[in-house]
Design a protein around this ligand. Structure first.
Ligand code: G6P
Length: 634
């Protein structure tokens, strides 16, 4: 399978460390680089937004570096009276989760002589040893970052070995332990730049006598659809008007593999919506249809997942399926567990990747591991995949970003195909993950014979109707916007669901926490009486997912327990329901569907509720504080 962005970690002298989410952009060609770089930074800003910087070599062979704390707009403001000319340049956007971001620590970083400048995503683990050696050689440091150590090392090697930039980068990287995507400029060589990656993503766009470079394809798509995904431990030499050349750190020459970018510019625009998140919520009828296109054949009531068919035996012989993921993807995994156990009768465990990788999990060679990740770059999930692989397990990726590290590491898999998801809070990727896992469960069940043909046909037919039913559900947006106004006072929310809808309760709570900063808990409805019921009073909003399904009557009883304690009920019910509706303070209905498909509909009002509450509270919906879209450090 196939790539996205990135986090850097900076270690400090006192061994406190900072984790930083970064986006990098580069350009070399015939045009002025600055506007391209700034636009690129804006495109990547959804990943990091605490500081930004740019380096350009102008016509007089001067290497100018400008940096600013804050957003890309602050950088634009900071360079207003500066020389921003040059047809070669690099730029960086950064977001710190620990410690204060400042201008000195922002990228690009100059080398000692200020002849070189570097941008970097990742971590140089042995930076301290390298730094000590450089200090002994007379180098001084302005920042406390590992990145500055790397650029100084490159300069040191370049000068002492009297070598060119590319070789100096190669030799330096041979001394480095860690992860990186780097790009280096040399003011004495304004016709080339050198980039390299290990662990952190890097994509090169190939235009007419020009190259673009970025952490993901979003800054590139409006200029070219020809891209090269830089492989691990590869060093790329980008020269003006010359072919791209790639070799590994170990000096093996590689032929660039040019791929066509399956992304359109309109996918990166808000298309009239005030926020990407709202756009992405409303895209779900389309994205769900796209995820199923070519897979669910409505006419013949059939599902075909190529990734499964090619590896059928691994699934049919699996004694156990381990699903590993983080965040929203983990919630999708829980729904997948329900479907796989119900239809395929294979035991499933769902693991937080960060927990899984650090205990001593029992992994057998006949296990199938399903790794779910929108970005395909989440460090913990990638590490979990590598661990499971090393034990001989078969890895199936369910990812969105084509060419990302997890799909590349997987033996097989299915892309969710929802296009770029820009809003930090995942919405359309989640529903597509659930759809893909449901398709997988149905296919395994049918092949194994644990699911009758009749049931299989019923569910497949219903799956085909889901995009239309999501469209119906979205019509209640105005109503949810009204409800939202009522609940902005709340400090806490409880979300309850059972069975397939328990993960939806957790996902609804996560959405609210992420973007409105209201504390929320998702709980299995029946467990409420074992603790959370103590929290219920007339101020506590309780969102109950109560569609017509197997546990409906039980959920009705749970609602009564809340009502008795004066909690305020917001219910998600099946169209035509009167019982729960009458018990609720507020109610939203979703079309009737198969129980296993309810999460695909129930997720929608919860996404909208969180969205509207966040908007009323004036939150930055697309770039919520402290969060990152793609978490590539542990
Ligand atoms: C971050 C994002 C979440 C996402 C999680 C897992 O926390 O903010 O929206 O669910 O990472 O990301 P992945 O790309 O692996 O699905």
């Amino acid at each position: 399978m196939n790539k996205k962005d990135d986090i850097c970690i900076y270690f400090f002298i006192n061994f406190e460390f900072k984790k930083i989410m970064c986006g990098i952009v580069g350009y070399i060609g015939k045009r002025e680089a600055y506007p391209i770089l700034i636009k690129g930074l804006h495109r990547l800003e959804y990943r990091g937004y605490d500081s930004a910087g740019v380096a350009l070599i102008n016509g007089k062979q001067q290497l100018n570096v400008y940096k600013a704390k804050g957003k890309v707009a602050d950088l634009e403001h900071a360079v207003e009276s500066k020389d921003i000319s040059g047809t070669i340049g690099i730029a960086h956007t950064r977001w710190a989760t620990h410690g204060e971001p400042n201008q000195v620590n922002a990228h690009p970083h100059y080398s000692e002589s200020e002849e070189l400048a570097i941008i970097h995503n990742g971590i140089i683990e042995n930076y301290a040893v390298l730094k000590q050696g450089l200090i002994e050689n007379g180098y001084s440091f302005k920042s406390e970052t590992d990145t500055e150590v790397l650029v100084q090392l490159i300069e040191h090697i370049k000068k002492t070995d009297k070598t060119d930039l590319q070789t100096a980068v190669q030799l330096a990287l041979n001394q480095v332990v860690g992860a990186y995507a780097i790009v280096v400029l040399d003011q004495n060589n304004p016709d080339k730049m050198v980039a390299a990656r290990k662990g952190s993503p890097l994509v090169i766009g190939i235009g007419e006598n020009e190259y673009f470079l970025a952490s993901d394809a979003t800054p590139i798509v409006e200029f070219t659809d020809k891209v090269v995904y830089v492989g691990d431990e590869e060093i790329v030499h980008l020269r003006r008007n010359k072919e791209l050349s790639i070799k590994t750190i170990g000096n093996v020459v590689k032929t660039p593999e040019i791929k066509k970018l399956e992304m359109t510019l309109s996918q990166l625009e808000k298309g009239g919506y005030p926020h990407f998140m709202l756009k992405e919520i409303f895209e779900q009828p389309t994205t769900l249809a796209t995820s199923m296109r070519g897979r669910v054949n409505i006419e013949h009531n059939n599902i075909t997942l190529a990734g499964f068919i090619d590896n059928k035996e691994r699934f049919l012989n699996a004694k156990r399926i381990i699903i590993t993921a983080c965040g929203t993807s983990w919630h999708a995994g829980l729904i997948g567990m329900h479907a796989i156990e119900e239809f395929a009768r294979i035991p499933v465990v769902v693991e937080y990747s960060s927990e899984f990788r650090y205990r001593s999990p029992v992994i057998n060679s006949d296990d199938v591991v399903i790794a779910i990740s929108q970005s395909g770059e989440t460090a913990d999930t990638l590490a979990a995949v590598e661990l499971a692989k090393s034990h001989g397990a078969f890895i199936y990726g369910v990812c969105n970003v084509v060419g990302a590290s997890i799909p590349r590491a997987a033996h097989s898999g299915s892309y969710t195909h929802v296009g770029p998801e820009i809003g930090v809070a995942s919405t359309k990727a989640f529903t597509a993950q659930v759809a893909v896992l449901t398709m997988l469960a149905l296919m395994i069940g049918r092949e194994k014979g644990t699911l009758s043909q009749e049931r299989y046909l019923q569910i497949v037919a219903e799956l085909g109707k889901i995009p239309e039913k999501i469209k119906e559900t979205l019509k209640q947006d105005d109503l949810l916007a009204e409800f939202a106004k009522t609940f902005t006072y709340a400090q806490n929310f409880i979300y309850l669901g059972r069975g397939y809808n328990y993960p939806i309760a957790m996902e609804g709570a996560l959405k609210l926490k992420e973007i409105s900063y209201i504390h929320a808990e998702g709980y299995p409805a029946a467990e409420m009486k074992h603790g959370p019921i103590a929290l219920i009073n007339e101020e506590m909003p309780v969102v109950v997912i109560a569609p017509h399904c197997g546990t409906y009557d039980k959920v009705v009883s749970n609602i009564q327990e809340i009502k008795a304690r004066k909690g305020r009920i917001i219910s998600i019910v099946t169209e035509g329901d009167t019982i729960v509706r009458d018990m609720s303070d507020y109610s939203i209905s979703i079309p009737a569907t198969e129980e296993c498909l309810v999460p695909l509909l129930a997720a929608i009002p919860l996404q909208l509720l969180a969205y509207h509450i966040a908007v009323v509270k004036g939150r930055n919906v697309d770039q919520p504080r402290n969060l990152a879209k793609s978490v590539t450090v542990e």
